[in-house]
Design a protein around this ligand. Sequence first.
Ligand SMILES: Cc1cc2nc3c(=O)[nH]c(=O)nc-3n(C[C@H](O)[C@H](O)[C@H](O)COP(=O)(O)O)c2cc1C
Length: 183
Amino acid sequence: MPSLFIPIVLGTARRERQSEKVASYLFGELKRVEGIESEMIDVKEIMSGETVPPWVSNPNISFWKESAGRADGFIFVVPEYNHGYPGELKILLDSLYQEYAYKPVGIASVSAGYFGGARAVENLLPVLVNFSMYPLKQALYFPNIAEMFDENGGIKDTSYKKQTKEFFEELKKRALVMRGLRV
Ligand SMILES: Cc1cc2nc3c(=O)[nH]c(=O)nc-3n(C[C@H](O)[C@H](O)[C@H](O)COP(=O)(O)O)c2cc1C
């Protein structure tokens, strides 16, 4: 059976973004999971250039279209900005439609505060449902992000390794089932 393709989307273009550490951590951990291939997709790279309608003429969108089209699922790394998720992630999502249908999504949310981006997740969920995506019930929350990683990018709280493994397992299970639904 061919490997699943599950890209990780870094959902903010903010300078000095902490979310990059989370995306790198997840990318490293995902490499250990058998049967999944991944790549990092950075909204900052895709959104350079035109970011207002008709953004579909942005040539970088064709890269996203190709990746999203062949993806079996997605991981979105989403920081919380004023209880919402970044606008550039919304623009990225809005640039496609049918490529997302019947694909599971794992959300890894990030915040400086105590709640780990939970409010951004709540705002993102109905948008994903609109695209006929299937978000996992359980997001992976990264609170107090400035303290989470050491200077080498290692996660300080090792209990996250188990949570991350379970998150990937759930995503993989759904991705395998949904692959059958798309034929
Ligand atoms: C415009 C803006 C709004 C923010 N609003 C919130 C918020 O509502 N709740 C929260 O916990 N942190 C908030 N933060 C802090 C972010 O969670 C923090 O920047 C964190 O590092 C994750 O985002 P990053 O990847 O941009 O660094 C906000 C940050 C910015 C720049």
